[in-house]
Design a protein around this ligand. Sequence first.
Ligand SMILES: *[C@@H]1O[C@H](CO)[C@@H](O)[C@H](O)[C@H]1NC(C)=O
Ligand SMILES: *[C@@H]1O[C@H](CO)[C@@H](O)[C@H](O)[C@H]1NC(C)=O
Ligand SMILES: *[C@@H]1O[C@H](CO)[C@@H](O)[C@H](O)[C@H]1NC(C)=O
Ligand SMILES: *[C@@H]1O[C@H](CO)[C@@H](O)[C@H](O)[C@H]1NC(C)=O
Ligand SMILES: *[C@@H]1O[C@H](CO)[C@@H](O)[C@H](O)[C@H]1NC(C)=O
Length: 443
Amino acid sequence: MASSPGLAALLLCALFTASAASRFAPADNHLIACGATAPALLPDGRRFIPDSGCASTRLRSQSPTLPTTAPNSPAAPSPLHAAARVFSCHASYDLAIRRRGHHVLRLHFYPLDSTLAAARFHVGAGDFLLLHNFTASSPIIKEFLLPVETDVLALTFVPDAGSAAFVNAIELFSAPEELVGDIATLVTPNATNQTTGLSSQVLDTLYRVTVAGHKVTPFNDTLWRTWVNDEGFLLSKESSGTRSFGGRIAYPKDSRLMTREVAPDNVYSSARSVDSEGTVTWGFPVPAGNRYLVRMHFCDIVSKAMYQLYFNIYVNGRLAVKDFDISGTTGYLAYPYYIDFVVDVEDEGMLKLAITGSKMSRPGEASGLLNAVEIMRMNKTGGGMDGDFPVILDMDYLLSKGIGEFARSLLCGLVFAGLFLVLVTLVMKLRTELKNSGMLWSH
Ligand SMILES: *[C@@H]1O[C@H](CO)[C@@H](O)[C@H](O)[C@H]1NC(C)=O
Ligand SMILES: *[C@@H]1O[C@H](CO)[C@@H](O)[C@H](O)[C@H]1NC(C)=O
Ligand SMILES: *[C@@H]1O[C@H](CO)[C@@H](O)[C@H](O)[C@H]1NC(C)=O
Ligand SMILES: *[C@@H]1O[C@H](CO)[C@@H](O)[C@H](O)[C@H]1NC(C)=O
Ligand SMILES: *[C@@H]1O[C@H](CO)[C@@H](O)[C@H](O)[C@H]1NC(C)=O
């Protein structure tokens, strides 16, 4: 009798998982609406399950966590913004992993009030610190690509001293294998060279841009990504134009490396082109002192015949590829292709990308183009995106420390109370209700 509701929840989760995937069906697909009381249905067709209602997810905490809902504001931009879960102490979501390998993790933060907007906290995945001293003062989605080599991934939320932590929604799904390669072109001030070991890195998505195209929303993206227009990042353009393509984007037959999951057709159907004398430069503000993965997407949607586009690609002011010949590389026109560059940004805090025409092209005709760009920050150490910090992410350790820690957890509650007087009364009420109904699912 006791197990049947659990089983039902598991089946329900499986059902939602199946209906959520239209073409790409990730082996793992956790879609969690934190603090919500009912499933949230997104415009892209995916259904997020309340964090209390899914058997493949377990929430553990040192002290009660708090579901909180938005004050009745007119129209929340997304159904995921209607609720959040607030943590006063360490808490973790344990997510079951069916298939090890790369996963896409998206954390949705929508501060429901000024206290949450000022909350300072840390977020870990396993023993890796993803976000250190993080503040979501305005709505933000943090996306990470990370290798997962365990059967359970613990997402741990740790309030900084005297503060609280919160999250509105969590997406964790298996990435298609072709999404992350291992080899890239390392661009250093002196030379370009091959670099390997990319697939063990943790990536933090900073920019995803479709060049000269309309914004692509999760509805139209194979992995529910958002691609924004490049206009805001243009630094200069000479002898250039915008292009769009009504034809069909083709993919190499049976290619396991280039598929629609790498990027959707929409982003390849538009581009900015340069003629043989032209230059287009983009600039992306990035935190200095980091290493970046820059993925530039190309698809020759302008040439009428093969071997007509030759152009140069500059990464951070350095010539990274000279006389790049797309059709010669892919063997066809309108076939998508991308190049991964790895580059260190030391002090300027601006990552510049440029394409310039080549003398090898015919004067007055398109010489080169760019269709899309993704910029991802790479992790600094094996311990965290920003380096190593003494933040305890191990819930088993914390929860096993016993009664002495109970006092600590009360203290957390008290500090919390200073910040959330009203909400804490709710906690007490909730606690009693949960105790009475025997439904204490977080302990
Ligand atoms: C987070 O930042 C605050 C203010 O800058 C600092 O006092 C605190 O020590 C930091 N916490 C950690 C764990 O680094
Ligand atoms: C790069 O070039 C500069 C000056 O030309 C030189 O001082 C430096 O040692 C070079 N670095 C590497 C890694 O070769
Ligand atoms: C490129 O990398 C290889 C292997 O790491 C190294 O042996 C070689 O010297 C590098 N070339 C340049 C130009 O830095
Ligand atoms: C999806 O893409 C089509 C074709 O580009 C476009 O007409 C439509 O508005 C897009 N839908 C959304 C929700 O972005
Ligand atoms: C990034 O993290 C991975 C896995 O946690 C680790 O193998 C890799 O060495 C880290 N990168 C750096 C530059 O420390």
